[in-house]
Design a protein around this ligand. Structure first.
Ligand code: AP5
Ligand code: MG
Length: 218
């Protein structure tokens, strides 16, 4: 199996988690979402979780130093080395992108591709307002676009479904502001390196996925 090493960049709610799951299914790569890792630290009530929560609840970024350290540790794990990875939500600042480049160069690892998922802000607000996620296995649903078969319960594992704390309308707007200010420059960073695949993410998840697969040739 190909050991792909991918990055998905895009605004909140564009479908990074949805596409990571499809890429895992197809390529066997390990999804690494900084947001998912932070939420599991919050759930376990660790020191890192408590600190991250104070930023996440306001829609702000967790400081670079902590985030980089946390992600580099995961990238060095045996599972990620064996399976390859799809990064979702990291890097989110130019500082994080530079740190990732240094880490990959140091480990002699080359990226397979960097995908920028692109939609208008209004689409994001609509998607996030209807999102529900499984608290047990992480499966993502949408009340209109992808409803679960039984209300409040996960199709895959029967776990309880919940709306995320940071999906309140005012927090969604703050996250979008942060994206344009801090993460759009990361898209430019990879474009300048000649590594960027831009994908129109307005279509259905399966069509977005087909574009990613065709664009990357994976
Ligand atoms: P994170 O968890 O990464 O959140 P995010 O980037 O805001 O993205 P989301 O998870 O909200 O959306 P997504 O793109 O995964 O979309 P999804 O597939 O769920 O980060 C959360 C917070 O943690 C940040 O705000 C920050 O505070 C902190 N953080 C994380 N990483 C950090 C970092 N590197 N540095 C500093 N701080 C960091 O889809 C959304 C909805 O749309 C779902 O309901 C889905 O079913 C639906 N949907 C998906 N695709 C489609 C489609 N094509 N058509 C219709 N509906 C669709
Ligand atoms: Mg996500």
């Amino acid at each position: 199996m190909t050991r792909a090493r991918l990055i998905l960049i895009g605004p909140p709610g564009v479908g990074k988690g949805t596409q990571s799951a499809l890429l895992e299914e197809r390529l066997g790569v390990k999804p690494l979402s900084s947001g998912v890792i932070f939420r599991s630290e919050i759930e376990a009530d660790t020191d890192l979780g408590q600190l991250a929560k104070s930023y996440i609840d306001r829609g702000e970024l967790v400081p670079n130093g902590i985030t980089i350290q946390m992600m580099v540790k995961r990238l060095r794990s045996a599972e990620v080395r064996n399976r390859g990875f799809v990064l979702d939500g990291f890097p989110r600042t130019v500082r994080q992108a530079e740190a990732l480049t240094e880490e990959l160069e140091h480990e002699h690892i080359e990226l397979t591709g960097v995908v920028s998922l692109e939609v208008e802000d209004e689409v994001v607000v609509e998607r996030l307002s209807g999102r529900i996620g499984c608290t047990k296995c992480g499966e993502i649903y949408h009340s209109a676009a992808k409803p679960p078969r039984r209300e409040g319960l996960c199709d895959k594992c029967n776990g309880p479904l919940l709306v995320r704390e940071d999906d309140r309308p005012e927090t969604i707007r703050a996250r979008l502001r942060v994206f344009h200010e801090n993460t759009q420059p990361v898209v430019d960073y990879y474009a300048a390196m000649g590594q960027l695949l831009r994908v129109d993410a307005v279509q259905e998840p399966e069509r977005v996925f087909a574009q990613i697969v065709a664009g990357l040739g994976v």
